[in-house]
Design a protein around this ligand. Sequence first.
Ligand code: SF4
Length: 397
Amino acid sequence: MKTLTADITNAGETPPLPRAAYVHVPFCRHRCGYCDFALIAGRDDLIADYLAAIQRELTRLDAVPDLGLGDACLELATLYLGGGTPSHLGPDGLARLFDILHARLRPLPGAEVTIEANPQDVTEPLAAAAAACGTTRVSLGAQSLDTTTLAALDRDHTPDDVRRAVGILLDRGFTVSVDLMTAAPGQTLADVERDLDAIVALGTQHLSVYCLTWEKGTLFESQRRRGTLQPAAESLERAMLDRTIDRLEAAGFEHYEVSNFARPGGRCRHNETYWDCRPWEAFGPGAARFDGRLRITNHRSTTTWMRRVLAGEDFTGDRDAMTPLEAAQERVVLGLRRRDGLSRANFLAASGLDLDLVAGSSIRRWTDRGLATDDGERVQLTREGLLVSDALWAEVL
Ligand code: SF4
């Protein structure tokens, strides 16, 4: 079997080969009340068919003319198994999935290989199986270390499950990232501060902190409409993010993207592919891939995706062919979500367009209001800008 090394070229030319791949594992024990991800809860009977469908979808790589892979492996700098809950497959299921993936996706030496895990699933055998499969990083869906907040978020694990899981993963030598949620129903600023202190004390290398969002079709959203759940006030949400940045920076974390914090050297390289708008491959229900010009999303329904893949039918859902201007506008948003901001020279080289033609008037408005700084080469959001960033993007897109 031959092996191909990805070729990095500038945008505007033939898109480079993807060096990142995402695999969606759609199984969970229980659907949390706020979650609208593509997943199926309580249907472990479908895991064998899912694995067969992933194996079949990987043969899609044969038919992509730009990849020209034949039967070769795609070499990867990063591989990310998300969900759903990849750890729900257990040690044997995880090993089987990696066997299937490794037949066509080959992480290069030094590659970042991440799996998402739920605290309850993390055991010594699971950690051993993940390590044996080449996993280097585990992203743990903790959300909180407070019993009341976990109950308010409809999570099915305890703070002790989180502590135990982090201990197992760090002892095994993984880089560990923890997801934390703010603006949970009834959560106060003091609750968030206590959560941050407790999570910092765990000693993980990375934290992702998200504000609860109320997605259409979720249990939480229907309870909000009936008036039985109340979203946090916007001012409280902002205060929570503000306090989070203060607390984590004081603890030695670098705030490198609106929602992401890393100890030195601990940034998530896989997510940086998305934020740099570099191409990536993706497999599984609801998984979206990007070839540098076109974003294709697989059918969101696990059963429909599986049935169509296994029947040899079209299993894709949305196809989003962005114009160069739309792609550049997205690059502005993704770039400014990062603390490094946007370099005019890099933006021009990557998009072929002048940053000021794409977003000049918005950038001037933001700098006038103290929401951004602009030294003529680099534009960065200020702390004030980051706190209101979600409201800014409509001006660009
Ligand atoms: S465990 Fe994660 S993916 Fe599964 S339902 Fe809960 S939030 Fe969604």
